[in-house]
Design a binder for this molecule. Sequence first.
Ligand code: ADP
Ligand code: MG
Length: 275
Amino acid sequence: MGDAMLDVRDLRKVYEAAGRRVEAVRDLSFTVGAGELVCLVGPSGCGKTTLLRCVGGLLTPTAGEVLLRGRRVTGPPPGLAFVFQEYGRSLFPWMRVGENVELPLRQKRLTRDARRVLVADALRSVGLADTAGAYPWQLSGGMQQRVAIARALAYEPDVLLMDEPFAAVDAQTRADLEDLVRALWRERGITVLFVTHDIDEAVYLGQRVVVLSASPTVVQEELEIDLPLERDQLTTRVAPRFAELRTRVYRQIQAAKRGTAVEKTDAADQAPSAT
Ligand code: ADP
Ligand code: MG
């Protein structure tokens, strides 16, 4: 697992505006090791986006801190890339796909040729080698989200933060994109923090799943996903162990909604009972 790449310590975020006060994140601590793929799962509105924005330096925590390689995050750090939920709003419609992917590279001191190589390589990695000249609106939703992933990859980040990136695409595309994330993670050794409200997605993707409570958010449980490294949509999702793990996470989320804790003992090893 390596050293901690991300260290979230006692993070708290309270939104205050016009007399309204929303405690979104109460007290969150967890770490992500270098090269790990960790999924954060929790109900809608539980503070996942808030948390990820704090991790990425886009929001300042009310209390606590986020450390990236031991250094406190105070703004968007270099080496960190985001993929957001709304691909429709994250790509510029007036720029071609290639230009969209190249955009963040302008911050780096690279020659034009070096940028081109990175863009071409990233588009190839997501299976869109031929689309550099197209406009985002000429592509399907799933393809646009691939472009957003390519843009993040071209930047060659150490850490990739993904905020429900596949929530708005159809099921088949979503399955393909999940496999793409695992393949890229394995090929490139990037540290990935992947946020989703989808329990199956979290278990399918993650090496570890951090289960969040309802807002104000705390960590309900952390679970090792001891499924094989090679996963595929057909066999992994019907494996008995997959069912056990998803049941475990499901129960934790239900318990989190009620504000109770599920026994941390061996429940994950037992066959799920009918509920
Ligand atoms: P999630 O991503 O898990 O759906 P969010 O982080 O978007 O959750 O929101 C967590 C809570 O914080 C919600 O109650 C939401 O209404 C509130 N919230 C989010 N953003 C703001 C904001 N800018 N101002 C005030 N409240 C906010
Ligand atoms: Mg969100």
